[in-house]
Design a binder for this molecule. Structure first.
Ligand code: NAD
Length: 494
């Protein structure tokens, strides 16, 4: 397939049809069905994608199964070399990959570039598995040695959300592929092109035909993946509602399931917080990627008198130019939902102190930075994941009150504290009910080799993605016990 995209600016561009990749061929769905892919910056169709069903998933599984056996025989070092070459190709094509992403997702070029660079870090982690993937071994008794070999599972699958079309597949593919698995990837139907381009680059990097397969479509594809008896493990990233459904259905089939869900990240701010660091970070956190990040700040718990910092947050938010340094909302439904949540807060007595409604270019889907003050835990803007550039401020008097609010929230993806006091920071780290916590950092994403994943309603399943934990997720341990000579000790292994 030809490179689908060569544009290098925000001008509207038509993309090719996003087909399925099965056994090395780009093919249509067996049903013949297609849907439009919309460029959020313009609100108009930029291409189409094929809408697949269980028959396409089965064809992909059979292709992966046939290719996986040979792939698993490659030594881990050789499999990791494919990641070395992928990194090189991604570096060489950084601009193209970033523009492609900006077109399908609506991010600014700078934020798209940030996503691709983070994806490259994940590939580097996969490349380093040749040095990290050694299993443990120990002489457990006289003349008896035990060792663990991390074996591939076989055919595995990943289901993606719309907000990071290039990075989230790279939370999964490097580890799963270097582990020796065959992979079925199901991109979000809103943004199929990032995964498509990655598959092309992986082929160029030397991944054998059929090891990676892509099945495009919607819910029907996901259901077919989780029900398929020959798929041994699934990773899902998306909203909490779907993550829970997918986890429960998949677990019943005996598969290994790891499903990351939505978020409602709380930032706590105390009066001793550094003004510039805090305001810059908070604004970056809630407006970055137009708030469409599972790690975005959503709730600001303002503890005591922090009005001087809030004033700076307002000033910096008002300096943002919608369409220039904040990207688009992914579709009309999301925009409508975000606006209705802001309207609801206003109707219920909250104050809109920065108002992003009606901001941005005429065409496309835009919401500007919005700050809602005087929010209570009863309001929709507090309870629901907004997934837009909206910050809800709750005023509290004490740190304890702030911890209680954060702890009672059902999500548990991320939380952060802004303070210059080490004691307060330590307390917050231990008290937060979240899997990823930060001190003076608005997007506390663990970087490789650390793993990524939240708690509570932000994650269903066991293990984490990325890092060495990601590698362990995509493998099954084989325990080997060996004795070469008769020993005289009278243990059960004697
Ligand atoms: P989504 O849940 O709507 O869709 C995710 C995937 O599930 C898509 O591929 C979609 O086709 C599929 N899907 C949708 N409905 C389904 C159903 N009923 N049954 C089976 N599959 C279904 O999520 P989204 O809108 O694409 O992404 C945004 C969400 O993802 C946000 O909630 C965000 O917080 C979350 N997210 C979480 C993380 C994390 O690490 N926790 C990372 C990125 C995004």
């Amino acid at each position: 397939m030809a490179n689908p995209f060569s544009g290098r600016n925000y001008d509207f561009a038509q993309f090719i049809e996003a087909k399925n990749l099965i056994g090395g061929e780009w093919v249509s769905a067996r049903s013949g069905k297609t849907e439009e892919v919309v460029n959020p910056r313009f609100g108009k169709a930029m291409g189409t994608l094929v809408i697949s069903d269980a028959a396409d998933v089965d064809a992909a599984v059979q292709a992966a199964k046939a290719a996986q056996k040979g792939w698993a025989e490659w030594p881990v070092r050789e499999r990791a070399q494919v990641m070395h070459r992928l990194k090189q190709l991604m570096d060489e094509n950084l601009d193209e990959l970033s523009w492609l992403l900006s077109h399908e997702n609506g991010k600014t070029f700078a934020q798209s570039r940030g996503e691709v660079l983070k994806g490259i870090e994940c590939v580097e982690m996969g490349a380093s598995l040749q040095n990290m993937a050694a299993g443990e071994q120990l002489d457990v008794s006289r003349g008896v040695n035990c060792k663990v070999i991390h074996e591939p599972i076989g055919v595995v699958a990943g289901v993606l959300p719309f907000n990071f079309p290039t990075m989230v597949p790279l939370w999964m593919l490097p580890q799963a592929l270097v582990a020796g698995n065959g992979f079925i990837l199901k991109p979000s139907e809103k943004v199929p092109y990032g995964a498509m381009r990655l598959a092309e680059l992986l082929e160029e990097a030397g991944l054998p035909t059929g090891v990676l397969n892509i099945v495009n479509g919607a819910k029907e594809v996901v259901t077919a993946i989780i029900d398929h008896e020959e798929i041994g493990a699934v990773a899902f990233v998306g909203s909490t509602r779907v993550a829970k459904l997918v986890y429960e259905r998949g677990s019943k089939t005996g598969k290994k399931m790891l499903c990351l869900g939505g978020a409602k990240n709380h930032l706590l701010m105390v009066p001793d917080a550094d003004l510039e660091l805090t305001s810059t970070n908070v604004v970056g956190s809630y407006t970055g990627c137009a708030g469409q990040r599972c790690m975005a700040a959503s709730v600001l718990l303002a503890i005591g008198d922090v009005d001087h910092i809030i004033a700076d947050i307002i000033k910096k938010s008002e300096e943002i130019v919608v369409g220039e340094n904040i990207g688009a909302i992914v579709d009309q439904d999301s925009k409508t939902r975000i606006l209705s949540i802001i309207d609801d807060a206003e109707k219920n007595g909250a104050k809109i102190i920065v108002d992003g409604r009606g901001k941005g270019p005429k065409e496309g889907y835009w919401v500007g930075p919005t700050i809602i003050d005087g929010v209570t835990t009863e309001m929709r803007c507090y309870k629901e994941e907004i997934f837009g550039p909206v910050l809800s401020i709750l005023r509290v008097d004490t740190l304890e009150e702030a911890f209680q609010i954060e702890n009672a929230n059902p999500y548990g993806n991320a939380a952060a504290i802004y303070t210059t006091n080490g004691g307060i920071a330590d307390r917050a780290i231990k008290r937060f009910e979240a899997g990823m916590v930060g001190v003076n950092i608005g997007v506390p994403v663990p970087r490789e080799p650390f793993a990524f994943g939240g708690w509570n309603d932000s994650k269903f399943g066991h293990g984490d993605m990325t890092g060495i934990d990601g590698f362990k997720y995509w493998t099954r341990p084989r325990k080997v016990t060996v004795k070469w000579a008769l020993q005289s000790d009278e243990t059960w292994m004697g």
